[in-house]
Design a protein around this ligand. Structure first.
Ligand code: PLP
Length: 272
């Protein structure tokens, strides 16, 4: 019998394209040698050009899914993506309170990268008061960071505000900033710990934020310390974008299994 890999329990919306949400999380975690256990919070109808509609799960069903997994297998990390509404956010928060020692990675998503809405009501208050105080790491993009800390006038100040709510580490991603290179900033212990610079890749990608937060969760589940976990996750995510493919009419899809495809290439291909 093989040894079980670390399980990451994910709360996510489904995306039928397989680009974002639950499938993105599952592919990322499997690629990083973790077992993805996925609690579905919402079902979306979307394609690679945009969200058409979505329905949130009954809150009781979200709780039942999570309890079923938690009572059956050890969980090495939690990852939160689309929560869908503040009732679900409150229910998830009360489940998390029972597991204060398990790392919690939060992608505070309320809109897609293209601006489509992914929440039935305003989640800002629930995120600030219930979820962020329990988080080990939150991974807002710069727009989400400004939205969650509206009184802060710089990204540094946003990070300070978010840490003051109780989360240990804040990774503010820089894709939406107007800089030649993409600059991601990691904060912890009330200060900036590290910046990570990456070549800006052309085009749009569907599910990059889900990939990054899941990769952080996978690396933490493997026991990496937070600074290294974030560094590895950012590098992995960049590689998935570098090797992205386009299967629909809209955004490119990150290739979470790029390394397996490389391994499959005949040797003559890799030499050219
Ligand atoms: N659909 C679901 C279910 C998601 O969770 C997310 C992001 O978290 C998205 C769509 C949007 O992904 P993107 O902004 O990368 O297009």
């Amino acid at each position: 019998m093989a040894e079980a890999p670390p399980t990451v329990l994910v709360f996510a919306g489904s995306d039928p394209t397989g680009g974002a949400g639950a499938t993105a999380d599952a592919l990322t975690l499997a690629s990083l040698g973790c077992h993805p256990a996925i609690v579905v919070t919402a079902v979306t109808a979307q394609d690679t050009t945009g969200i058409k509609q979505f329905n949130c799960m009954e809150t009781e069903l979200v709780i039942a899914q999570a309890r079923a997994v938690l009572e059956d297998m050890p969980v090495a990390a939690f990852k939160l993506g689309m929560l869908g509404n503040s009732q679900i956010a409150a229910a998830v928060s009360s489940i998390l309170e029972d597991y204060p020692d398990i790392p919690l990675i939060v992608d505070p998503v309320q809109n897609s990268g293209r601006g489509d809405v992914l929440a039935e009501d305003m989640l800002d208050d629930a995120l600030r008061s219930l979820i962020i105080p329990q988080a080990t790491l939150i991974t807002p993009n710069s727009l989400e960071a400004r939205r969650l800390a509206p009184d802060a006038d710089t990204l540094d100040a946003c990070a300070q505000k978010l840490m003051s709510l109780g989360c240990e580490y804040v990774l503010i991603t820089g894709t939406h900033e107007n800089t030649p290179q993409v600059i991601h900033r990691l904060y912890g212990n009330k200060r900036q710990l590290e910046t990570f610079e990456f070549e800006r890749l052309p085009g749009g990608y569907h599910g990059s934020g889900c990939t990054l937060a899941s990769a952080c969760a996978g690396s933490l589940a493997h026991g990496l310390d937070p600074v290294n976990a974030v560094g590895e996750a950012l590098q992995y995510t960049w590689e998935t974008l570098k090797h992205a493919y386009r299967s629909g009419m809209g955004q490119n899809l990150p290739n979470r299994l790029y390394w397996a495809w490389e391994m499959d290439k005949p040797e003559s291909d890799s030499e050219t």
